[in-house]
Design a protein around this ligand. Sequence first.
Ligand code: PHE
Length: 343
Amino acid sequence: MDAFEKIEQILKDIEQNNPQNTEELETFRIQYLGTKNIFKGLSPLFRDLAPADRGRFGQLLNKAKQAAKSKFDTLQEQLSIASANQVERPDLTASAAPQSLGSRHPVSLVQNQIIEIFQRIGFTVAEDREIEKDWFNFTALGMPQDHPARDMQDTFYIKDSMENLLRTHTSSVQTRFMKDHKPPIRIIAPGRVYRNETISARSHCQFHQIEGLYVAENVSFADLRQTIYYFAKEMFGATKIRMRPSYFPFTEPSAEVDVWWGTATETDRKITKGTGWLEILGCGMVDPKVLENCGIDPEKYTGFAFGLGIERIAMLKYQIEDIRLLFENDVRFLEQFQSAAIF
Ligand code: PHE
């Protein structure tokens, strides 16, 4: 085979050589463009050519080299586009990634338990805003401006207006509800409340309450007592409760309720300060003036109300010593509680 036949053959080979993947393309590159490419082997033939033929041979040689180069460039680009478009196929036989289940916050656990207990006797849940008008939080509840009872609840006001505040109790939900609904009313109002208190192991500037309200004809103090007793029995397994006279500006008469906790163990004695009694909530008959403020006829209707702090009960139930743990959201603390339901 002379030099011309040889170069024609190479040209034909380049045309017919169609690498299909990166490996074949690499072989192509080594063969035609690498340091020991096929063209280098032609040098001896070139030297043997008659000078007159050398120009034509040189042209053919260049043509072949260029053909190899441009074929390589085109194929390389096509292959890289193809690989970018190649979507990884999911492995349908692989097992599902394990899902870790979150846990319910202890405050939610206790709140849900209390809601459930009251729902069983016909109470429904009412919720409302945390940023409240002074009127619903204080004035309607028998605490006009300058009333000394306002000092019982150190208040966060919004800006300087004294008009808007962070609600200090969920009694504000009750006044709103009474304004919009006619008796009979039987609601429980769970929610977050705020008081301007120094944060310590025992108190916090935010906490949760549940307050209950029952307004209808002929609601009596006996109804209140029986309702609270039912709650204490369901929630704590308490066998008895006692009511101590107390004062709230929006109820008359008012009482504080203790449940019988017992003095059997060291812990029992510690949390009841040796008495066996544990205070759990405040309550009373809704003051007729409050009903009137909210548009309900106090001649026709009477009602009772009660309120309790959820954190306090969660701390008792789970023996949590420091209220701050309930607001820090440290997962090491939270994951110790009952798993969230999957459904
Ligand atoms: N609102 C009262 C408080 O936050 C609790 C309470 C509610 C007392 C209803 C009596 C009746 O302290």
